[in-house]
Design a protein around this ligand. Sequence first.
Ligand SMILES: Nc1ncnc2c1ncn2[C@@H]1O[C@H](COP(=O)(O)OP(=O)(O)OP(=O)(O)O)[C@@H](O)[C@H]1O
Ligand SMILES: [Mg+2]
Length: 396
Amino acid sequence: MDSQYSASARGDNIGGVSPKPPHSHLDRNAPSAVASAYGGISTPATPATPKQTSPVDGIQMYSRITMVGEGTYGKVHKARNKETGQIVALKQMRIDMDREGFPITAMREIRLLKQLRHPNITQIFDVVPESGNAVCVVMEYMDYDLSGLISHPQWDPEPAHKKSLMQQLLEGLDFMHARGILHRDIKGSNLLVNQQGQVKYVDFGLARSFHHSRMQELTNRVITLWYRPPELLLGTTLYGPEVDIWSLGCVLLELFTKKPAFQGQNDIDQLEQIFKLLGTPTPTIWDSLKKLPWACYMTPNTRYENRMRLMLSSKMSASAVDLISWMLSLDPAARPSAAQCLGHSFFTEAPAPLPPTSFPVSGDWHEYESKAERRKRRQTTTATTAKQRSQVPSND
Ligand SMILES: Nc1ncnc2c1ncn2[C@@H]1O[C@H](COP(=O)(O)OP(=O)(O)OP(=O)(O)O)[C@@H](O)[C@H]1O
Ligand SMILES: [Mg+2]
């Protein structure tokens, strides 16, 4: 997805997950200080042991093979550990200092990735300083991302494969939510897949903690537009895990339809797209809607009917439509938790979930390669058309 749709709150609302400031002996502005403070692999129970990595040794341990992603904060490369031969992902992060001269965003992401150890969350191995104002996060390498796979014309997973991906994604989300973490940027390019058919969350740059018992004020400028739930588009600042459930519901729908469900050009258009498929909300469907800050001037006047079942019954089973419709409830209070989704009859009826193990490309297919391929195809078409035009005999 284009960067114009990227969520815009990377540096705010640090709240409960803000990392502890480093001890005063650390140079707060040096990449090596950040890498040392968060380096080494530690289990959540044991505090991170500062690892003495010099800028040269750390990054020189790896040879970059190819670029697989270009994010807001730096590039992601597939790389090889020169000593062990292990293939890893290197995510470069520029260290942008906040007002207090502290790289909160990068440290928050690193800290969360280290805390959350689960088969469906990308594992972080190390953090090494790079020259300039950057650190590199060394992570397990994943061959594909879901956005790249979904847009690949030859990727056609069986129903059992889709079910497995859905189950794994819900298990990862249930784990995160149970630990009080909201992801806040769930979309295909932040869901990585490996050749064993495992799917894992990545990119915790917008994540933050929440309290199960009491809602806190949070920014509504999060989540990439096409995956942003209606209550955030309508200005709510009080929300919880149900925002991630909406985004994941959008991704699951995309698994079946092969295209993003709601492709708005701006916030108002995004709401319109949502209501066109799910129906314009009435007080019976979403009673608290009228209390949302921007409800009176952003809700469209047009009355749309819910067309979800009509549009999707040919693409998926009735229980899949039922589960995804539940996740895409307009009223956030009506959305299920990840644990409730996992208990849905969709997962117990045939076929049984089976991780996909055959892919259209043998390795490296992310949103990045998929976009590059599309660009190449467009350029070839333009060049061919231009050539054909120049060969048309002139009538002058
Ligand atoms: N561990 C990994 N293995 C393989 N590819 C990865 C890995 N981590 C990230 N990528 C690829 O790099 C892309 C960018 O990474 P990531 O989303 O973490 O960066 P970002 O700067 O937060 O990006 P954005 O702002 O575009 O979301 C991902 O969409 C994915 O395709
Ligand atoms: Mg990302």
